[in-house]
Design a protein around this ligand. Structure first.
Ligand code: ADP
Ligand code: MG
Ligand code: ZN
Length: 491
């Protein structure tokens, strides 16, 4: 477990001429990074009194993270992560991120904060440094036991922040630092956090207005431009029409199916009720009538592949369950050995990918419980999670009994936009995607898999996965409940 080991008072501001120390000699920093470090020191000059900045270790949309070394009062040198926030961040947003770290951090696998520097609108948050390995680098090496512990510790962090009334909103491996060797875990990045109704984080209350503003994302299709709800018979008719249209006029569609959502409580506009029928229903166009509709507002921060179905369908009431869904996606990724599991460029594709795994009928039924009408042009069957994961791990061929041939294909073609070429092998790594190479049944590969415990994954693992990936947020298991799941009885 991660604990905060020191406070700002322990850091010395005197002996910081460490220009030729061990750490720096070990690292070779590019000229670009050197320049960035110079700019950082110019922007926040106080940093130079305390830290020797060694390298840049992370870059996100809203920040750059640097590795800094400080001399402690007792003579030791310690490493820190310095998160330099982009100056355009809203001041309340920055303060809220800090408050999450100070109120909830430093225990229960949640990153703490040591200090914060500010000069004008430039803010640097100083945190203890945790050396960690990106999941994409180690996913193929992890044993089942390591995966079980990883998820346990992630759920522990989630239980804690949820008890504090924090919805993290961006749960993904990049924000859950993991040191495989020392078994350290730390949840970071409260840059998108929101408060629950009874949050302990005062500043998150002030953010409610700020977060509600939907941020249009370039290149993403608009989920709001939907057609009015029609009677089921009309729906069925349109559905037949679409299928017919595709058969006669278009080549076989590439994986993402047209999916539309709308709030069933949303009243169609008067003109529409008077017989002006919208012409874009179940097509991939947006007609003028729909263009004129009022935007539905719902928070949608986060990373598409980790977004819960209620975010993707713009349900305005989102709670801590969205973090639990993301933890489920991480577990699915770890059990199947594929990272990222869902690779979606927009919300509709992400929703279709979820349907491919969890079933379209089930997704539609769940969305209905929170007032969203969803239409899918083709029925996608729910997949058995064990079969899916074992097939993707190469432990089963899709020709085995009881294995849906769609299981493997659905990942390799639908989920990562592969062309439907039967000669294509499952993807074998690449710039951003990692998967296990297929094990041959006679080679040493299988022995290794067995040593890592992948031959005896208990049913409990898939049962927990099923409950984390519950399409209905109101019945989805909570982090606190998940920690009591039989998978973790011995922990
Ligand atoms: P962003 O909001 O830009 O995503 P994060 O807080 O997620 O910023 O940090 C970006 C990256 O920096 C992380 O994914 C991680 O690799 C690294 N990082 C952040 N905090 C720490 C820390 N305390 N120790 C080590 N690395 C960190
Ligand atoms: Mg991050
Ligand atoms: Zn329309």
């Amino acid at each position: 477990m991660f604990e905060m080991e020191c406070s700002a008072e322990d850091i010395s501001t005197e002996g910081c001429s460490m220009k030729s120390d061990r750490a720096q000699r070990k690292r070779k920093v590019s000229r670009d990074v050197e320049l960035e470090i110079e700019l950082l020191l110019k922007a926040v000059p106080q940093l130079a009194k305390v830290f020797h900045i060694i390298d840049k270790i992370g870059e996100g949309t809203f920040s750059s993270v640097y590795l800094g070394e400080a001399q402690m009062r007792d003579g030791r040198r310690k490493m820190f992560a310095l998160k330099y926030l982009i100056p355009t961040s809203h001041p309340t947003r920055i303060a809220a991120e800090l408050q999450c770290l100070t109120v909830a951090g430093g225990r229960e696998n949640v990153m703490g904060v040591t200090y914060c520097f500010r000069k004008e609108d430039r803010v640097v948050i100083v945190m203890p440094y945790i050396e960690h390995q990106p999941i994409v680098d180690i996913i193929g090496l992890l044993s089942f036991e390591e995966v079980r512990l990883y998820i346990y510790h992630l759920l522990k962090a989630l239980k804690h922040i949820h008890q504090c009334g924090i919805i993290h909103r961006d749960i993904k491996p990049n924000n859950f630092l993991y040191n495989r060797k020392s078994k350290m875990y730390a949840l970071v990045d409260f840059g998108l956090a929101q408060g629950t109704a009874d949050t302990q984080i005062e500043l998150l209350k002030d953010l409610t207005g700020l977060c509600k503003v939907p941020r249009p994302v370039f290149g993403e299709r608009n989920l709001n431009s939907c057609t009015p709800l029609r009677s089921t018979t009309k729906q069925a008719a349109s559905k037949r029409e679409l299928v017919k249209l595709r058969k006669t006029e278009e080549p076989a569609p590439r994986s993402p199916l047209p999916v539309r959502t709308q709030s069933s409580s949303q009243k169609p506009q008067k003109t529409l009720q008077q017989g002006l029928t919208c012409s874009c229903y179940l097509t991939d166009r947006v007609c003028n009538i729909c263009m004129a509709r009022k935007q539905q507002v719902a928070p949608r921060a986060g990373t598409p592949g980790f977004r819960a179905p209620e975010i993707l369908t713009k349900c305005p009431n989102q709670g801590t369950a969205i973090d639990v869904w993301s933890a489920g996606v991480i577990l699915l990724s770890l059990l199947s050995g594929r990272y990222p599991f869902f690779k979606a460029s927009d919300d509709l594709i992400a929703l279709t990918q979820i349907m491919t795994i969890r079933g379209s009928r089930e997704t539609i039924r769940a969305a209905k419980t929170y007032g969203k009408a969803l239409v899918c042009s083709q029925e996608l069957p729910r997949q058995d999670l064990r079969t899916l994961c074992e097939t993707l791990r190469g432990r089963r061929s899709s020709r085995d009994n009881n294995v849906s041939p769609a299981a493997e294909r659905s990942h390799d073609e639908t989920l990562t936009h592969r062309p439907a070429d039967p000669n294509l092998q499952p993807h074998r790594g690449g710039e951003t995607t990692t998967c296990l190479t297929k094990q041959s049944s006679v080679s040493g590969g299988e022995v290794e898999e067995e040593e890592l415990g992948w031959d005896i994954v208990p049913d409990e693992a898939y049962d927990l996965l099923d409950q984390l990936l519950d399409l209905n947020p109101s019945t989805r298991i909570t982090a606190a409940e998940a920690l009591l799941h039989p998978l973790f009885t011995d922990l």
